[in-house]
Design a binder for this molecule. Structure first.
Ligand SMILES: [Zn+2]
Length: 80
């Protein structure tokens, strides 16, 4: 998956996590590491959010595991 925003070109994309924010997901969203996408997911829901320009990038439909797996997208620490 491309890690750069196609709109502004900056490497500030964070994963959008759908479903209930269990565990530390809520705290991580507060810290700006992830974005919470809410409990309802449409097939063309975006997979990533740009922290710089707020562009929504990608499609969860690329996740072959379906909506259930979408809530468990691997989360990478924001290092830049
Ligand atoms: Zn951007």
């Amino acid at each position: 998956m491309d890690t750069r925003c196609p709109t502004c070109g900056r490497n500030e994309l964070i994963p959008i996590v759908y479903g209930l924010p269990l565990g530390d997901l809520f705290e991580r969203s507060e810290a700006g590491e992830i974005a919470l996408g809410g409990c309802t997911v449409s097939p063309d829901a975006p997979a990533q959010l740009c922290k710089n320009c707020a562009a929504r990038v990608g499609r969860l439909a690329h996740n072959k595991e379906g909506l259930g797996g979408a809530a468990f997208l691997s989360i990478h620490p924001h290092t830049s």
